[in-house]
Design a protein around this ligand. Sequence first.
Ligand SMILES: [Zn+2]
Length: 374
Amino acid sequence: MKQQFFTFIFIIFITFGLYAQKNGLIDKIVIDAGHGGDKPGAIGYKAKEKDITLDVALKLGTIIKENLKNVEVLFTRTSDKDVELYKRSQVANKNNADLFISIHCNSSTNHESKGFETFAMGFAKTAQNIAVAKKENADILSEANYQKNYEGFDPNAPENNILFSLYQTAYMENSLKFADMVQKELAKNTTMHDRGVKQANFVVLYQSAMPSVLIEIGFISNRQEEVYLMSEKGQYEIAASIFRAICEYKNSKEVEKITIPPIKHLIPDSIYNVKQKEIANTDSVNKDKPVYRVQILSDPEKIDLTDKRFSVCDSVWCYAQNGVWKYTAGAFEDRNKAWDYQKILKEKGFVDAFVVVFYKGKRITFEEANKLNK
Ligand SMILES: [Zn+2]
């Protein structure tokens, strides 16, 4: 009888601790930019994971501060420094935070791999999920005393660390719920591929006492995706998507509902306006002379010229040929300048870029252009 009573009290205590936490408001959020300092994370063609995660984390923090006045934002880092993984969840626990969001970039030896995925703690069901956890956990190997700080966690075999997933069990349902909201928002607001909600054992999440997710915002090892992840437009679209998921999560938990701003209201106007100005500049070349452009993409479907894939290009233009839409960047009267620009675009991820030439809007051969230029 006595034992039953204590069990009852214990259950009340746990329930109170979990559900009555801070009057049920989601008003303290920890944003964790993956890696940092001498731990760069994944390395892309141009970018390091630690820089992209910090950029996106800071943008997300700014959007929250500007739009949710009653929400406090805490960062695990705001500069390029290394923070040990256990200290990141400590920040969240000490401050009694309501949500922990860790931002990362994926990478793969398969350069075609692409898309975003959100993880909650739990059993990794596939070798692929285990591989992601292994990569993200590897940072602790260079931390002093990692065996002590992580209670014998073996980062080389995350699938063996079953106990680790128990810490987050109490929050698993909410973590998965929030993860799903993040995926849906990213799918809606970016053109990247939705890889879904997943589970695996992440050192950075396991000790946190609140709903926690790790978002792999895209593949830094995929040239096109790296370009997008590095761009202001891409980073804002990702941050704004995560912000909208936070709003949805708040609304699902709180009595008083907030109005969730549309994605464009969350992104500075300049991000889109600059693009339009650049497109308008296309007309500045002499119409009576051949115009050299760099072809970057072709697609049977018409793509909007403000599409995020073009965010790193100047003077985007398109023409139709044999039922296919072809997209070009830049507009030059000087053929050599077009070649220089082709080089730049290749470095920006348009690996198949090549120079084409037009006269009065029609594609012509280089020979024809040479004659016209005489
Ligand atoms: Zn990472």
